[in-house]
Design a protein around this ligand. Structure first.
Ligand SMILES: [Zn+2]
Length: 136
């Protein structure tokens, strides 16, 4: 037997590690305390540009009863180790395969609603076009 007992698991490949290990060296994924269920390896449903967007979308999914979790492509605690240099996204949103279709639909609807509603308008962005009027 190798030293220590398995207390954490990689959510991606399901490998178990001792408590000193924080991330799976193979998948570069932060380990979880929950033992993964073999038949339901999570699938990526959406890539997010930053932590805030990820948390927001995860919240939207949770609100619809879909359990989602975020995986950062930048691992905290191991410096700036990136999983894939070609990936510009900050991280990925994952759900159980059985819920993937529903999750994608919810996200697509949410993003479409954002575009329609448009919280950012031109009026808000345009700000003084450089015409300075000398006074005095
Ligand atoms: Zn792994």
């Amino acid at each position: 037997m190798t030293s220590g007992q398995v207390t954490r698991w990689c959510p991606e490949c399901g490998a178990g590690y001792g408590e000193q290990i924080v991330a799976c060296p193979r998948c570069r994924v932060v380990l979880t305390d929950e033992r993964p269920v073999e038949s339901s390896a999570p699938v990526v449903v959406h890539r997010v540009p930053d932590a805030a967007a990820g948390a927001l979308l995860a919240g939207v999914l949770e609100h619809h009863g879909v359990h989602a979790f975020l995986r950062s492509t930048t691992l905290p605690g191991i410096g700036e180790v990136r999983r894939d240099w070609a990936t510009t996204a900050w991280g990925e949103l994952l759900v159980a395969p059985a819920e993937a279709a529903e999750a994608r639909e919810i996200i697509a609807e949410y993003l479409a609603a954002l575009e329609r509603g448009g919280s950012v308008r031109d009026e808000d962005v345009v700000e003084g076009s450089g015409e300075a009027e000398p006074r005095g």
